[in-house]
Design a binder for this molecule. Structure first.
Ligand code: NI
Length: 191
């Protein structure tokens, strides 16, 4: 298994239309394993395929580390969502702080519906449906957005976004130090 570099918010692949995954393959299973390894290495709770440069309808999640803070939630373990579709969003909107591995060090409040129902295929290509609320619902909605070219930054007001301007500039310039590899890598210094 390999740790893959994660693309940053300014990479156009994060805005591309993602392709449906037609069938299982050895390559797909390897990609999923590599995405988990990459996610755990960067201490993330979710990772979408566009974030490692692959515009596919696929994300992985393991939010158990967070459910400890919200102790009424069950541990789901590592989960794979292939060709997912959120078929219902309900409940009141809740504000929670979010971050993103493609936007290191930037965190801010985002308002989203409390509950969702998502249909998807698991890594064995079996049809599944999951009803989620709380933190799990939050992570799923964030990752699902990645498959539709949406970043949590898009929800912030111009004012809030301006507060993150310096960090965003550093990320874009490839000079922000992170504990996990990013792509494009730090540009070669000009003489
Ligand atoms: Ni993200």
């Amino acid at each position: 298994m390999a740790i893959l570099p994660i693309v940053t918010y300014n990479d156009p692949v994060l805005r591309e239309k993602t392709a449906t995954i037609e069938s299982d393959s050895v390559e797909l299973q390897l990609l999923i394993d590599n995405m988990f390894k990459t996610m755990y290495n960067s201490k993330g709770v979710g990772l979408a395929a566009p974030q490692i440069g692959k515009p596919l309808q696929l994300f992985v999640m393991d939010a158990d580390v967070m459910t400890e803070e919200y102790d009424d939630e069950e541990d789901l373990g590592p989960m794979v969502f292939i060709n997912p579709e959120i078929v219902a969003r309900k409940g009141e909107h809740l504000i929670m702080e979010e971050g993103c591995l493609s936007i290191p060090e930037v965190r801010d409040d985002v308002s989203r519906p409390a509950e969702i129902i998502i249909k998807y295929k698991d890594r064995n290509f079996n049809d599944q449906a999951l009803k989620a609320d709380g933190w799990i619902s939050r992570v799923i909605q964030h990752e699902y957005d990645h498959l539709n070219g949406i970043l949590f930054l898009d929800y912030l007001s111009a004012f809030r976004r301006r507060l993150h301007r310096n960090t965003l500039k550093k990320i874009k310039a490839g000079i922000l130090e992170t504990e996990y590899p990013l792509m494009p890598k730090q540009p070669v210094e000009q003489e």
